[in-house]
Design a protein around this ligand. Structure first.
Ligand SMILES: NC(=O)c1ccc[n+]([C@@H]2O[C@H](COP(=O)([O-])OP(=O)(O)OC[C@H]3O[C@@H](n4cnc5c(N)ncnc54)[C@H](OP(=O)(O)O)[C@@H]3O)[C@@H](O)[C@H]2O)c1
Length: 330
């Protein structure tokens, strides 16, 4: 089968596109004939070797996939040949990735694609959708009528959090780095979208929500706790999920005097049962049209190196040239 893979960690141009053996499903695994995959920042960190992660070599890149079941292992019970499925959480913790014509995945990590949802949307929503759900529902316990703030409303995670928080009945404030992206945030449902390059974000937030926000979701890799805590309401919750090396100062007094809580997580450590419950809601919202994943770039799988480069330039290099997910057709 054709696959995008590395023989050792390194820059984007160390990605090779070529033939690898087609894997066979065993036990509870199923084999998916992959049609669409999506790129996430973590794919680039694993490929570059900048985060510790065990990888088999050659290592096939990628966490997300959509496609059709084409073979099932002897103990796999959840899916049959011909079922359309999506999934994420591959290419992590020693598992092979999804950037190939075929991927073998334990059936615990796959979900059906509903009739009215495209493979492209299912793949693009996968990791970022489950991340948004874990943070909003399991950790922040976002309630209808609450106010949520998230940085980067057109980002991979940001665009899912904006739409999901609206689906859960919250009021949403977000930011973006250009007026065009601010307009896109409003199209996604944000009640207030602020240009973080030209406006005073803290001032705008407090004008809109004088009592502060109930949930502050930080997507930046360099969180500013002084600003965040000052914007949190009494009993506010903050979500942290990026910035492994960040060591910012923390305003202890203001934080505990308001009874705030801080929740950190990585999606790939959530259990299969937790992720399945996120996937069920996500399927419902994708099917009803309440969630639509903005696509920033479409490429063939053979362009995986260029896709990694573009993701890296934006998430780490902050070039601002991407608005939406990068998806690759297999
Ligand atoms: N813990 C987990 O489970 C988990 C899961 C998924 C992702 N992550 C991490 O979360 C981070 C975001 O992931 P992603 O996929 O959403 O990345 P992304 O698509 O690259 O989005 C980054 C966002 O940050 C915004 N941004 C950049 N500088 C900003 C600033 N100074 N103020 C406000 N917003 C700013 C960008 O907005 P503009 O484009 O408008 O400039 C963009 O929307 C990454 O570090 C990723 O590794 C963690």
């Amino acid at each position: 089968m054709k696959a995008a893979y590395i023989q050792k960690t390194g820059p984007a141009d160390s990605i090779q596109f070529g033939d690898l053996p087609t894997p066979q499903p065993t036990g509870t695994e199923v084999r998916v004939r992959v049609t669409q995959v999506a790129v996430n920042p973590i794919d680039t960190y694993i490929r570059a070797g900048t985060i510790p992660m065990p990888i088999p070599l050659p290592y096939i890149l990628g966490c997300d996939l959509a496609g059709v079941v084409d073979a099932v292992g002897p103990q796999a019970t959840r899916f049959a040949v011909g079922d359309r499925v999506w999934g994420t959480n591959q290419g992590l913790l020693g598992r092979q990735g999804t950037f190939a014509e075929y991927a073998v995945v334990d059936d615990d990590w796959l979900y059906p694609i509903t009739n009215d949802v495209s493979d492209e949307q299912a793949a693009a929503a996968a990791l970022v959708g489950i991340t948004a759900h874990l943070g909003l529902v399991r950790d922040a316990k976002l309630q209808p009528g609450e106010i949520l703030f998230i940085n980067g409303g057109t980002g991979g995670v940001g665009s899912m959090v904006v739409q999901m928080a609206k689906a859960l009945g919250a009021t949403v404030i977000t930011t973006a780095g250009s007026d065009a992206k601010v307009a896109r945030c409003r199209e996604l449902g944000a009640d207030l979208a602020i240009n973080y390059k030209t406006e005073d974000v803290a001032q705008q937030v407090l004008k809109f929500a004088p009592g502060g926000v109930n949930v502050f979701w930080e997507t930046l890799r360099e969180p500013d706790f002084d600003r965040t805590v000052s914007l949190l309401a009494e009993r506010g919750r903050m979500i942290l999920m990026a910035g492994r090396d960040a060591r910012p100062p923390f305003p202890v007094g203001p934080f505990y005097l308001k009874g705030c809580t801080l929740h950190g997580f990585v999606m790939f450590k959530a259990t299969a049962a937790e992720q399945r419950s996120c996937a069920e809601d996500l399927n419902r919202w994708l099917s009803s049209g309440q969630i639509r994943v903005p696509i920033g770039e479409r490429m063939p799988l053979s362009q995986a190196a260029a896709a990694h480069q573009l993701q890296e330039e934006n998430t780490v290099g902050k070039q601002g040239t991407l608005s939406g997910k990068i998806v690759l057709a297999v």
